[in-house]
Design a protein around this ligand. Sequence first.
Ligand SMILES: C[S@@+](CC[C@H](N)C(=O)[O-])C[C@H]1O[C@@H](n2cnc3c(N)ncnc32)[C@H](O)[C@@H]1O
Length: 362
Amino acid sequence: MKPRLNEWVTFTPNKGLPIHNWFYYKEGFSAPLVEWAVKGFKLEGPILDPFCGVGTTLLSCKLLGLEAYGFDVSPLAVFVSRAKTRNYNVELLREEFSRVQSFEPAWEKPFPKELWFASRFNRSVLREILAFKEFFVNAFSSPVSGFFLLALIDSALRVSNVERQGASLRAVKKSAQALKPILLEKIERMMGDVRRVPQTGAEPFVEEGDARWLKALSGESVGSIVTSPPYLNKVEYASAYKLELALFFRAPTTQLRSFLGSEGVRMSSQVPIIDAYFEDMARVLKEMNRVLIPGGKAVIVVGGGCFPDRAVESDDRLVELGLNAGFELVKLLKAREIPCGAHGGLKGRTVRESIIVLKKQV
Ligand SMILES: C[S@@+](CC[C@H](N)C(=O)[O-])C[C@H]1O[C@@H](n2cnc3c(N)ncnc32)[C@H](O)[C@@H]1O
C-alpha cells in the first residue's frame, strides 16, 4: 500500500482503531505511521518515544511485539498511555463492570476548592463525576481502576459545557446530559476492544519525564526512537487539557518552550520563543543521541510554526541540530503543508510537516 503520510501524521486514522481511539488527542499521530516507520526503516527495539502523548507509539509497538518506553511531561498523557497499554483480564473487567452498573453516584461533600471550572458543569453532573472518580480510585485495584477512570475522563468532557478549540477551551451551550449512560456506553465499547485485541505482550514502561533530560535511561539503552515533539507555537498542552488536568491530575510543571505566551515564557516578541524552542530541541536531540545504540535510528515527525509576522520551518533546523548532535541524515520526507490559518498577515501561507529520519553515527 502506498504510504499516506499526509493522513498518517494526524490522529485521524486512530479514531477508527480499537484502543487507539480511547482518548482523542488532536496533537497525536497515528498507528499506521508507526508501523510504516518500524517496518520501512527496520527499526529495532526497545523503541523510545520521549514525547509519548497518548501512547500511539507505545501501543503500536506492543502490538508489533516490540519492547517500548515512553515519557511525557503531562500526567494526563502518561495516564492515558498506561491505561491503553496494560494487559486486561476480560473476565475480571466484566465482573467489575457489574459493580459500576449498580453504583449510585452521590457526592455530599463540598466541591474541592481547586474546581475553578465548576461553572463548566451542571452541578449535578459534577457531583456524579466526583462520586465516580472516588469510587474508581478507592474500590478497584490497578489496572481496572485506570481502565474505568480513563472512560470517566473521556466522558467528563462530553457532559461539560466546553469544547476544546486549539489551545483553549470554548464555552458551549449543551442540553444537560446525565453522565452515567455515557460512561457505561464508553466502558462497554472499551471492553469490546479488549475482547478483540490480544491482551498479551510486554507492557511498555511509561513515566512522567522531560525529553530534555531522560534521567531514567542510561546511555545506549534504546534501539530506535519514534516521536513527535510539540510544534513551534501550536498547542500549549497544559491549557488545552486544563479541564482534565484540574479534575483528575495536576498541571505539568515542565514544558518545551514552544508556545508563545505559555506559562513562564512571557515574551514580547516571537524571536525569543523561536530561539528558545530550537535551543530546547538541540538539548532533546543530544539526549536522543546519548540513549540510542550506535547505528540506532530516530524517526521524528515535526511541523513548522506560524506567527503573526512570519512562518518558520522546523524540519531543516532540526536536521542541522541533529547533525550537530552526532546523527547522520537518512531521509527527510515532506508529509504535508499545514495552512497558517488565523494569523492575518500570513493568509495563504503554509508550513511543512515532515518526517525526519536520523541515524546515530557508529
Ligand atoms: C505532538 S504531541 C505527541 C503526541 C503523540 N505522538 C501521540 O500520538 O499521542 C507532543 C507531546 O509532548 C509533550 N511534551 C511537551 N513538552 C515536553 C517535554 N519537555 N518532555 C516530554 N514531553 C513533553 C506534550 O505533553 C505532548 O503530549
